[in-house]
Design a protein around this ligand. Structure first.
Ligand SMILES: *Cc1c(COP(=O)(O)O)cnc(C)c1O
Ligand code: SF4
Length: 333
């Protein structure tokens, strides 16, 4: 018998996936066979650039203008309409900064802004107006680490952003090693959407960096709809799970995308099948340019009640709102 040659499966390079992302909404619509109808696609995209990696696009249904993944990324006319009550800093991040890259709002945990961007630009993003230019950089991260070192009340550090996984593995590894040397830190949390849009971001060196220090790691992904979980993402999440990292998910409740109990129940089930537990469903923050995604709180409450009837307690995310100045996320009744 002739031995079959073992085909080396080359890990797709996440950096080339980043570079290959769609940056033109008209091009994406063309490739999806969806007619461009919104006259303001381009002006909206120029305020907050259009960006969608191809692995995420591959999960969209062609020829469906209401595809729930497409709706999350497509610029729309309402983005440029002023809404009363909307703010460019709806959650009070700017006033909670201890140093330019360190946000310390809640007892025991503080958040470092690790990068100024994301692999994908979600149109509902509450940080779409964040002044990243003065917050991001090696000097700012240094300063944030020093601030964490001098505050003994902080036991958990959250790497967030912009997406922290935009940093290359060796750079991230160095930062994690330095954080692990701070005696009062015990946990390391990563808030990321990058592997959701580019699953090859879950590399072996990344998993080593997360698991080979004294810090207990936890990863919080951002997945809004069950269609976002395909076989490739499922396999990437499986690699994180096999490395022993607890995996959680947060979603944003988005009009027309996931604002019904059936979709959220399916999301909870799909997350669990991929070794991820649902953590939070966030009500939309009142950020300028995203009012068309808003779901009224009364509806959110009835969706939560219906979801509770459909899933086991451990697959029930907490429905919360972030209120500036509060000392934790606020549960909705
Ligand atoms: C949401 C958030 C956290 C984490 O809150 P948890 O309830 O622990 O998930 C920490 N810091 C900031 C600034 C936040 O916005
Ligand atoms: S991944 Fe998160 S931070 Fe980045 S654009 Fe989307 S919602 Fe905003």
């Amino acid at each position: 018998m002739i031995a079959r040659s073992v085909r080396q499966v080359q890990q797709p390079d996440w950096i080339s996936e980043l570079r290959a992302a769609y940056s033109d909404p008209l091009r994406l619509l063309q490739d999806l066979h969806v007619p461009a109808t919104d006259a303001d696609l381009l002006p909206a995209a120029s305020r907050f650039p259009f960006r969608v990696p191809r692995p995420f696009v591959s999960r969209m249904r062609p020829a469906d203008p209401n595809d729930p993944l497409l709706l999350q990324v497509l610029p729309r006319t309402p983005e440029v309409v002023r809404t009363p009550g909307a703010s460019i800093d709806p959650v009070g991040d700017l006033e909670s900064r201890v140093s330019p890259a360190l946000i310390h709002k809640y007892r025991g945990r503080a958040l470092i802004i690790m990068s100024g961007g994301c692999a994908i630009n979600c149109r509902y993003c509450f940080r779409r107006h964040f002044p990243y230019s003065d917050a991001v950089g090696t000097a700012q991260i240094e300063h944030a680490i020093e601030a964490v070192r001098s505050d003994h009340s902080i036991t958990e550090i959250i790497l967030s952003g912009g997406d922290p996984l935009l940093l290359k593995d060796d750079h991230l590894g160095e930062i994690i090693t330095r954080l692990a040397a701070i005696p009062h830190l015990t946990r390391l949390r990563i808030h990321t959407r990058l592997p959701v849009t580019i699953p090859s971001r879950i590399t072996v060196p990344l998993l080593h960096a997360l698991t080979e220090t004294k810090l207990k790691p936890v990863m919080v992904f951002h997945i809004n709809h069950p269609n976002e979980i395909d076989a490739e993402l499922d396999a990437a999440l499986g690699r994180c799970h096999s490395a022993g990292i607890p995996l959680l998910n947060q979603s944003v409740l988005l009009h027309g995308v996931n604002d019904d109990a059936a979709t959220l129940a399916e999301l909870s089930e799909s997350l669990f099948a991929a070794s991820v537990l649902p953590y939070y469903v966030h009500l939309l923050d009142a950020v300028v340019g995203a009012a068309h995604f808003d779901v009224a709180e009364s509806r959110a409450i009835s969706i939560a009640a219906e979801l509770r009837r459909r899933v086991p307690g451990y697959l029930m995310p907490r429905f919360v709102r972030e209120i500036a100045g509060e000392n934790a996320k606020t549960p909705i009744a």
